[in-house]
Design a protein around this ligand. Structure first.
Ligand code: GLU
Length: 362
């Protein structure tokens, strides 16, 4: 049976009160497409794009609908590509974790290696979408398009944005200009690179921005317009995860006036391999926290200075003497993405200068 034949068995999530149950979701194998049309594989992980309004308790539940129900809700998708897909998870992305990142990355690498897949679209909750995008950007080697997409309003809400976002994501994935641009994110008519995109609003539809670089392109009336060439560095680190089944422990400590040293001490005592500081301003640190992190660095914990400020760069040796303390400066990466990169770098290096090089090259 073709993919769309299987889709016919599914209900339209906008049509009634029915909700796709886990058992309704079915894995559809790649390669069922009509020859000559792009073949897109959908990896569904949950989030608001697969969420639904509920009448009691919290207003909605993320990660309810299966991927086939999502596709079925947007008939225009059929004109763009042939689809295969699978449900990798069905969670709110606040529950995303490293084992799921690795599972996704392994699967994406495997799928893209197949001639039966021209691109992958990943539906994802928006809370941690930027971190998954960053992880995949650093671990997927194949130049075929990988596009992450989410939604701010759940199915059933007025002006639900999931359907158009999904259509836009596939529009990007099937466009030849999307090849070789690294992992991409599509939200609210904008196209972003994984490295700089971040969630900037917890409620507004334009919830994502790339504060330093701006969007890579726009989606208007079902077409993608690329604004500028990708800034992918030829030296960009790409990590081979084929033999990895877990990542080193790296945590984030937040900076604020009068910051406590307790989190740093607790993390060092717990054997944490790396600490990312979400510092103030240019990644600055309260003097007590600076001393605690210097001590951690002296004990072999890799310390990366990032900033809680949403835009701008965290540069080396401005107010903090990174050379003296063996710290690494995160550059354009926000703390949560600095953590992703540090976890990956620590799988193959631990000297601060090697870690700094990876940050400089991304
Ligand atoms: N917290 C949920 C998640 O990240 C819902 C938010 C959303 O998807 O926009 O999956």
């Amino acid at each position: 049976m073709t993919f769309f034949g299987k889709l016919k068995k599914m209900m339209n999530p906008f049509s009634s009160t029915q909700v796709a149950k886990e058992e309704d979701t079915e894995k559809v194998e790649p390669g069922e497409g009509v020859r000559g049309r792009p073949k897109i594989h959908v990896l569904a992980t949950g989030g608001t794009i697969a969420g639904r309004l509920v009448s009691t308790g919290p207003r909605y539940r993320a990660g309810v609908l299966g991927f086939e129900a999502l596709l079925d809700a947007v008939p225009a998708l059929r004109g763009l590509a042939d689809y295969s897909g699978e449900q990798v998870a069905n969670i709110g992305s606040q529950d995303m974790d490293e084992s799921l990142w690795l599972k996704l990355a392994h699967r994406v690498n495997e799928l893209l290696a197949s001639p039966d897949v021209d691109g992958v679209v990943i539906t994802h909750g928006t809370d941690t979408l930027e971190e998954t995008a960053c992880f995949l950007d650093l671990t997927v080697r194949n130049p075929k398009p990988v596009v992450l997409v989410g939604a701010i309003r759940p199915v059933g809400a007025l002006g639900a944005d999931g359907p158009v976002n999904l259509l836009d994501a596939v529009t990007v994935a099937v466009n030849p200009s999307s090849v070789g641009r690294g992992v991409l994110v599509v939200m609210h008519g904008s196209l972003f690179e994984a490295r700089d995109v971040t969630k900037v609003s917890s409620s507004a539809l334009p919830a994502f921005a790339a504060p330093n670089s701006g969007p890579l392109g726009q989606l208007i009336d079902g077409r993608v317009y690329y604004g500028h060439r990708t800034g992918l560095s030829p030296k960009r680190p790409v990590f081979d995860i084929s033999n990895l089944d877990k990542l080193p422990q790296v945590d984030i400590v937040y900076g604020y006036a009068g910051a406590s040293t307790l989190p740093v001490k607790a993390l060092v005592d717990a054997g944490c391999r790396g600490i990312v500081s979400a510092g103030v301003g240019n990644g600055n640190l309260h003097r007590d926290v600076l001393a605690a992190l210097a001590n951690a660095s002296g004990r072999g914990v890799v310390v990366v200075r990032a900033s809680r400020i949403p835009s701008g760069l965290t540069l080396r040796n401005v107010e903090v003497d990174d050379n003296r303390f063996g710290f690494v400066a995160a550059g354009a990466l926000n703390p949560q993405k600095a953590r992703v990169l540090l976890q990956l770098v620590l799988t193959r290096a631990r000297k601060p200068e090697e870690v700094q090089k990876a940050f400089d090259n991304y």
